[in-house]
Design a protein around this ligand. Structure first.
Ligand SMILES: [Zn+2]
Length: 507
């Protein structure tokens, strides 16, 4: 995991965050990687879901002939598996949920509100976001931390959504068609992820240099593409009732950074999306047509950014000093987390309980408090609060995940398994985190085949088909597996084997 090359306190105190970028690059070059428990494991909240053909909108134009909606979704799912194996994704369910909800709000205001987008957060301090196949949109943690308000973050996401809705990736798909699905997906993932780290080469090894180069070339959008994505993105922002000026304002800040620090400090977003004064002027003008000043303070944005900053801060003590309790709930929340990280659990608890009195039903406060209670060994109080929260939000995947984790810690694996089996009925809850919890719970309190089955799903999500198949074959060899369960295992085994055959055949 990357050391965050930013200084969180200054970042969200609003002290010209872009100025931090230059030091970030330097620190990043020299520092080693340190893992932070809460962010270290790659578990995106929104799993790519299995989508059937009839749910997919057909773009229906002549270019649509290049790749069918079903093929595009297959490529998107394979892309996500590659992303999970190549990058560190943010595991925190609250941060993932925030990005997914903001993304969904923008998609609803876009020209293709029914297109199945998926949003995920890459644990990378560079300021970047990217659009992958099948509407898979990645947002770097560096972007979330550098955005001064929700409209700036939304501006970049709306721009990426527009690249998808305007079919700007089609040329890249065309270049990728000569490759097998897994190789194409791995290559696109390596290029999009590696744009920030310069480490693309390793991931592209599967494709030849020429093929990779050709895809790379097609993934670099043209200036016309960029202007169109700005135009459509600004329209989306306005329709979503978000200040459209957020987009030009953010571009302007990034642009000023490069002017101050030279090309060595160019944020990744600019190296893939060149911003010129021309482009800033044009997007400003366009934003003005919609009128600005609609931006309201978004507590959700502030809390998500604060949580990310507090959990990833390398210096929670200085963060603590920088936060002023008097200025609203997000700062108070950051203060609580930073207190906890510096070892002052009593103060963290006082702050969290005060926040909860003001806003008693907020899932973030409730689950943070239960985490703290567990940390203090008050497992039964934590379980009490979580089961009350489950009653308030039945079927909520974030609450369910916390509840299952707490039950497991309390030695109630059977109950944890029931909660997880219930969550798995909702395809949006099928994340790596849930599969991992399922494997743990069922290894203690479930049938042996189910543990293998859960492990197989985990391997599959990470793109390791061989290990996934191996787990299912082991499950089939077990004695006493009911016919119904055997059929389920066989069906999944068939899925995985067909995918593998496709990979072998076409490579
Ligand atoms: Zn762009």
């Amino acid at each position: 995991m990357n050391i965050r090359p930013y200084s969180p306190p200054k970042q969200y105190l609003g002290v010209i965050p872009v100025l931090r970028y230059a030091d970030l690059r330097m620190i990043r070059r020299t520092l080693q990687i340190a893992a932070l428990a809460l962010l270290s494991v790659a578990f995106p909240r929104m799993a790519s879901s299995e989508i059937s053909a009839d749910q997919l909108p057909d773009f229906g134009d002549s270019s649509g002939a290049l790749i069918s909606p079903v093929q595009e979704q297959e490529l998107g799912e394979a892309f996500m598996r590659s992303v999970r194996s190549q990058a560190k994704l943010v595991a925190d369910p609250h941060i993932n949920r925030y990005i997914s909800q903001l993304g969904a709000r923008l998609v609803a205001a876009s020209d293709t509100p029914n297109y199945p987008f998926t949003f995920f957060v890459v644990d990378d301090p560079s300021i970047n976001a990217f659009a992958g196949p099948g509407g898979r949109i990645g947002v770097h943690t560096g972007l979330l931390l550098a955005a001064e308000n929700e409209s700036e973050l939304a501006g970049v996401i709306a721009h990426e959504i527009a690249h998808v809705t305007q079919r700007h990736l089609l040329r890249a798909y065309e270049s990728a068609r000569q490759l097998s699905l897994p190789t194409a997906a791995a290559t696109i993932a390596a290029i999009l992820l590696g744009a920030a780290t310069g480490s693309a080469d390793a991931g592209i090894a599967a494709a030849s240099a020429v093929q990779a180069g050709s895809i790379q070339h097609q993934l670099n959008f043209t200036r016309a593409n960029e202007k169109e994505a700005d135009r459509i993105g600004i329209q989306t922002l306005a329709r979503a009732d978000i200040d459209p000026y957020g987009m030009p304002a953010f571009f302007e800040r990034l642009y000023q950074t490069t002017r101050l620090y030279g090309s060595a400090s160019i944020p990744e977003f600019l190296s893939t999306h060149p911003v010129t004064t021309d482009r800033i002027a044009e997007s400003s003008e366009r934003a003005q047509q919609y009128g600005s000043g609609k931006q309201r303070d978004s507590l959700e944005f502030e809390l998500a950014k604060m949580r990310l900053a507090a959990l990833s801060s390398r210096n929670p003590a200085s963060l603590l000093r920088a936060l002023d309790l008097a200025r609203g709930p997000a700062r108070r929340y950051g203060f609580a987390l930073a207190s906890w990280r510096t070892g002052d659990r009593a103060r963290a608890r006082r702050e969290l309980e005060a926040l909860r009195r003001q806003d008693p039903d907020r899932i973030l406060y409730r689950t943070t408090l239960t985490d703290l209670l567990m940390d203090e060994g008050e497992v039964s109080r934590a379980l009490e609060l979580l089961s009350d929260t489950m009653r308030l939000y039945p079927g909520d995947p974030v609450v369910g995940q916390y509840y299952a984790e707490a039950l497991l810690l309390a030695g109630k694996a059977g109950q944890a398994r029931e909660v997880i089996l219930d969550l798995l009925k909702d395809e949006h809850a099928r994340t790596e985190a849930i599969y991992k919890l399922w494997a743990r719970a069922t290894s203690i309190a479930g049938p042996a085949w189910e543990t293998r089955f859960a492990s197989a799903e985990l391997y599959y999500m990470k793109g390791n088909l061989h290990l996934a198949i191996d787990q299912l074959e082991q499950a089939l060899r077990l004695k006493g597996v009911k016919d119904y369960d055997q059929a389920r295992i066989r069906a999944r085994l068939h899925d995985f084997k067909s995918l593998l055959a496709q990979r072998v055949k076409r490579e």
